[in-house]
Write a protein that binds this ligand. Structure first.
Ligand code: SAH
Length: 450
């Protein structure tokens, strides 16, 4: 076991799934934040276990040619981004390699390379921000959690957000400080304002502001609205009642304080209505490329029935509708299903149907009712598919399964399970939707071989 607080010399040889550098010291894997493969450095051990340790670089003896000086002044503290210390080429390489390694190690593949679609711009791409609010020296401020903690690092101008998002944050904080609105304290569970949530349509420019509040009302709403109206695109203000202790940003109940309670945006040539609770990819340009890749791989023909599991507001479902005979979306959040149905109507799409429920349960029920889709698209959250969904896919036996994934490890696990049911992996493409952050999306095509 390595000694805590001792300094060791090490060479960074790999990256963890979270994008930290990994160095082997005396056979022990040491995780190093802000480290780049190839760098030789002095490392202080901060936490030591039998097979792994966590360390900190105290000195870089040989820096990587990919090391860059951080453009964001709070990058080292802020838990929002992971990669401001390396150039974009290295970030892309590590993301593509992470997908490749997962599919090989867990998925039983032997891929030599996985292509990655790079983002054209690492700045201002995020359509959504969630700022936790805190208090220092009697003044409210907002920013992002420091990695692994609940202490808020103030960030005046976040590089990956559009300027309008920061202007909303500043306007709300100004209102909070002027009218002495109380800020939520998670230790005492007292105080009102918890999070400032901002969503902006990349094409429409419309802005939805949702304030997560430990209560049902806020004081001086007209004064708040006046401030927000000065920001171009501001469309609606919603209060999310969030009275439960815990980490959830939004509660279950939404009270519209100004405007329609939702915004609109255009994606893949279609118009979408977006409520605060509905999932919508945060990088508009790269989401379109992700969906385009999924559509190409689905190879839908006019008579096909397409089943889109985990469909959110129906983005992929509706983008595939024109090419298909019929499309069916399944989604667990009722508000998102309402949005999806409304989105079909507002785009004049008549061959789409949406069901609210758990993907696995709903698919088993569709299967019992004789639904036999030709193509199934799945886009689950990080935990991947559950056993019911895999079982239902097996029984439905679609020709093609297009798997859109935000977690390479669970994707690879599910690829192995689908292989056991007679499917073969045809292609895998990584898409970078989150420049400067460790997350990576992947589109995989599997076809039935038996
Ligand atoms: N395909 C959509 C949404 C993907 S995000 C898009 O690209 O816009 C994953 C979605 O799965 C979310 O909308 C989430 O609410 C939904 N979800 C999570 N668990 C689910 C479950 N068990 N059954 C069905 N949908 C689920």
């Amino acid at each position: 076991m390595l000694n805590r607080n001792q300094i060791y010399e090490a060479v960074v040889s790999d990256y963890s799934a979270e994008g930290q550098g990994v160095a082997k010291i005396e056979g022990c894997a040491v995780f190093l934040p802000n480290a780049i493969v190839g760098e030789r450095c002095l490392v202080r051990i901060e936490k030591a276990q039998k097979t792994w340790a966590a360390g900190k670089i105290t000195e870089i003896l040989e820096p990587s040619p990919h090391r860059v000086s951080r453009e964001c002044p709070v990058a080292k503290l802020c838990g929002g981004c992971d990669f401001w210390h390396m150039d974009y080429a290295e970030e892309l390489r590590l993301k593509a390699d992470r997908v490749r390694q997962a599919l090989n190690r867990i998925g039983g593949e032997s891929l030599t390379e996985v292509p990655i679609l790079a983002a054209p711009d690492c700045h201002g791409y995020r359509n959504k921000a969630q700022y936790p609010v805190s208090v220092k020296d009697g003044r409210a401020y907002a920013g992002f959690f420091r990695a692994g903690t609940h202490s808020v690092v103030e960030n005046r101008r976040c590089r990956i957000l559009p300027e309008e998002a920061d202007r909303v944050k500043d306007a709300v904080i100004d209102y909070v400080n002027q009218f002495r609105v109380s800020v939520y304290d998670e230790t005492t569970h007292k105080g009102l304002l918890r999070h400032i949530y901002v969503r902006r349509g990349a094409v429409s420019g419309q802005i939805l502001v949702c304030l997560s509040v430990n209560g049902r009302r806020l004081p001086r709403v007209p004064e708040l609205t006046e401030r927000l109206k000065k920001i171009p695109g501001f469309t609606t203000l919603v209060l999310s009642v969030n009275e439960k202790p815990g980490n959830a940003v939004l509660g279950d109940e939404f009270l519209t304080l100004y405007g329609p309670g939702y915004i609109e945006d255009t994606l893949c040539g279609l118009n979408f209505r977006l409520s605060p609770r509905s999932f919508y990819q945060v990088n508009h340009h790269q989401a379109q490329r992700l969906y385009q890749t999924a559509i190409e791989q689905a190879q839908i023909t006019k008579n096909d029935t397409v089943l889109d599991l985990y469909c959110g507001v129906g983005t992929i479902t509706l983008a595939m509708a024109a090419a298909a005979g019929k499309v069916i979306g399944v989604e667990v959040i009722p508000q998102a299903v309402e949005d999806a149905r409304d989105n079909a109507r507002r785009n004049g799409i008549e061959n789409a149907e949406f069901f609210c429920g758990d993907a696995g349960q709903a698919t088993l029920e569709l299967e019992r009712n004789g639904v036999r889709p030709d193509v199934v698209v799945v886009d689950p959250p990080r935990k991947g598919l559950n056993a019911d969904t895999i079982e239902a896919l097996h029984r439905m036996a679609p020709r093609r399964i297009v798997y859109v994934s935000c977690d390479p490890a669970t994707l690879a696990r599910d690829v192995a399970l689908l292989k056991a049911h007679g499917y073969a992996l045809q292609s895998a493409t990584a898409v970078d939707l989150f420049p400067r952050c460790a997350h990576v999306e992947t589109v995989v095509l599997m076809t039935r071989s038996k």
